[in-house]
Design a protein around this ligand. Structure first.
Ligand code: FES
Ligand code: FES
Length: 213
């Protein structure tokens, strides 16, 4: 075993070495900060993106890092689509792209060049409600309403998925078309969170529109 004095020296050396390396690490960081002011390699890359949103063509010039959600809300001012978690966990941002529902916070707008996007504004309005919107009102399928645009977009797409025979985790078979049942709807709507807990009424609304048993 080493003599205690040798250990003491080693510790001191270690502290000195640590201080030196910390200083050394700080110097490049300071220089990096200076470089950032003149280095344009991190400047946003702007690109043209053409989207058809709610049957209207739009050409946007976007930072390539812009999510579809931010393109809709911040650039097209379609604020019906909500930003809840911005992490793909709540479903508040659900829209339909070429008829398929997606979480618009999890995808970049540039990935959808030429796509057709439907938001809640394109589903229907006060003068002409979509049957799903009318059913949500009838069955009181919301309280604060924050999740509702995403719930309705998702619900419309869910009925279409079942109609197309796309199976879910609760479908009894991958080869036989799924039934339009409450269980199927619950499973498929599980990505749409409602903090107000209006789930039972949301289910009733979807069941009515879909004609499930
Ligand atoms: Fe997109 Fe929550 S905001 S899933
Ligand atoms: Fe409030 Fe769903 S109605 S979060």
């Amino acid at each position: 075993m080493d003599h205690p004095s040798e250990i003491k020296i080693t510790r001191r050396e270690l502290l000195i070495a640590g201080a030196v390396s910390a200083t050394a690490a700080a110097v490049p960081l300071a220089h990096a900060g200076e470089r950032a002011a003149t280095d344009f390699s991190n400047a946003p890359f702007i690109t043209k993106v053409s989207l058809r949103v709610n049957d209207r063509p739009h050409t946007l010039h976007l930072d390539t890092r812009t999510t579809l959600l931010d393109a809709l809300r911040e650039h097209l001012h379609l604020t019906g689509t909500k930003k809840g978690c911005d992490h793909g966990q709540c479903g508040a941002c659900t829209v339909m792209v070429d008829g398929v529902r997606i979480n618009s916070c999890l995808t970049l707008a540039v990935m959808h060049e030429g796509a057709s996007v439907t938001t809640i504004e394109g589903v229907g309005g006060q003068d002409k409600l979509h049957p799903m919107q009318a059913a949500f009102i009838k069955h009181d399928g919301y309280q604060c309403g924050y999740c509702t645009p995403g719930q309705i977009c998702s619900a419309i797409a869910v009925l279409d998925e079942i109609k197309q025979g796309i199976p879910s985790h609760v479908s009894p078979s991958l080869t036989v078309s799924p039934l339009l049942s409450a269980d199927e709807i619950r499973e498929r709507m599980s990505g749409n969170i409602c903090r107000c807990g209006a789930y039972a009424n949301i289910l009733d609304a979807i069941v009515e529109v879909g004609g499930a048993s």
